[in-house]
Design a protein around this ligand. Structure first.
Ligand SMILES: NC(=O)c1ccc[n+]([C@@H]2O[C@H](COP(=O)([O-])OP(=O)(O)OC[C@H]3O[C@@H](n4cnc5c(N)ncnc54)[C@H](OP(=O)(O)O)[C@@H]3O)[C@@H](O)[C@H]2O)c1
Length: 362
């Protein structure tokens, strides 16, 4: 195997590790540590790591921790492969560049550079004497987080959409009833997503029609420890008796976003603190008008589309006008391999995990 092919093959393993994570407040990142034995023998993999979401170890730290747990003490003949440039920033986790330097890793191979303020790690490491190669499987690694980068550049949280519909793409029956279209397993999946997002967003009508609590609950229906900020987007007053304004014991607060402009709503959320952190990941749960506004404004970064094997006929369709008048303008999405893959059977439902196609339209 020539060198570039060998490097690409290891980076591909880092990529496969990265997509075990889930999308949201932080980018998907994978890392692989290899050792170069003496003479020309092929490098062998010491450890693989990935980032499991905000507040958890970054991929590099996960990888180094696993290597040390496996008995590695000397890093002087190793190379660290990472799908994203190591961060230079101390937040909830230490800067990965410092962990790499402290371990004494002499060489780092990077997939994509980090355009966010956390970037610059490659240059920093070079300045400290490490050999740094950038751009191995570069396009694939850049594409992995292209929507996360876009959200960061727009100064807004990452947006995940939840869409629970019938096979004829209805989110409610003709009389407005919509609880519950999908199965228990689908709803439990949504509750797990609610636990990890910073905020949930619905429109005023959903608050009035469904009167949801919008809390994250476990399989027994009990509120979980981590609760998102519950938000309602729209100009009208939320009914005083609405459950999301009442259930203070269950949730960690709620907020009305007095706007119909989704970008403005997101920018307000970006400057809102919840549980001590800015809101960086929002789950948009509907209904039709609000979902359509997010699609129209190209503000959907990830979709979980739950389809139940029922037909509702004259019910409310999942989406309305999103500004697409001809097929060539269709918003294009792609199957998302992250977090367990693009399709999952949940009881009788099918959950399809989608991400926007980098080109946006067909
Ligand atoms: N199956 C599911 O997963 C699911 C999930 C949620 C809801 N639903 C169903 O969806 C139905 C509600 O859908 P919906 O479309 O009537 O209501 P909606 O999207 O929940 O709320 C619509 C309201 O949101 C406000 N709004 C904020 N931004 C807007 C924008 N850019 N464009 C338009 N309106 C905006 C407006 O209220 P203001 O006048 O206050 O500005 C508007 O009347 C219900 O039947 C509910 O059960 C289903």
């Amino acid at each position: 195997m020539n060198q570039p092919a060998a490097e690409q093959s290891i980076m591909r393993q880092a990529y496969e590790a990265a997509i075990q994570g889930h999308r949201g407040a932080n980018p998907l990142v994978g890392a692989v540590l290899v050792e170069h034995p003496e003479h020309d023998a092929a490098p062998h993999i010491l450890a693989t790591g990935y980032h499991q979401g905000a507040g958890t170890f970054h991929a590099e730290r996960d990888c180094l921790t696993k290597a040390r747990a496996a008995g590695v003490t000397d890093f002087s003949r190793t190379t660290l492969y990472t799908t994203l440039e190591p961060c230079t920033h101390y937040g909830r986790q230490p800067a990965c560049t410092d962990l790499i330097t402290e371990a004494g890793i002499p060489r780092v191979v990077v997939g994509a550079t980090d355009p966010s303020p956390n970037g610059g790690g490659a240059q920093l490491l070079r300045g400290r004497g490490a050999g740094v190669v950038v751009g191995v499987l570069g396009e694939q690694c850049r594409e992995l987080n292209h929507r996360w980068n876009q959200a960061a550049a727009q100064g807004r949280p990452f947006v995940t959409v939840h869409l629970a519909q019938s096979i004829d793409a209805r989110i409610a029956a003709a009389d407005g009833t919509s609880q519950w279209i999908t199965s228990e397993a689908s709803r439990q999946h949504t509750h797990r997503i609610r636990q990890r997002v910073d905020a949930i967003l619905v429109g005023t009508n959903t608050t009035q029609i469904d009167d949801p609590r919008l809390t994250a609950r476990d399989t027994q229906g009990r509120p979980t420890e981590a609760q998102p900020l519950r938000t309602v987007m729209g100009l009208r007053q939320i009914p005083a008796a609405a459950r999301l304004t009442q259930d203070r014991a269950e949730g960690d607060g709620w907020l009305q976003l007095r706007t119909r402009d989704p970008l403005q709503a997101l920018q307000t959320l970006a400057s809102t603190t919840h549980n001590g952190h800015p809101v960086k990941h929002v789950l948009v749960e509907g209904g039709q008008s609000v979902l359509s506004a997010f699609f129209a404004a190209d503000l959907v970064d990830e979709i979980f589309l739950y389809t139940a094997p029922i037909i509702l006929g004259a019910g409310r369709s999942s989406l309305g006008d999103i500004g697409v008048s001809t097929l060539a303008e269709a918003r294009q999405f792609a199957l998302d391999p992250a977090e367990g893959g693009p399709t999952t059977i949940m009881d009788n439902d099918v959950c399809i995990h989608l991400k926007p196609h980098p080109k946006g339209t067909r």
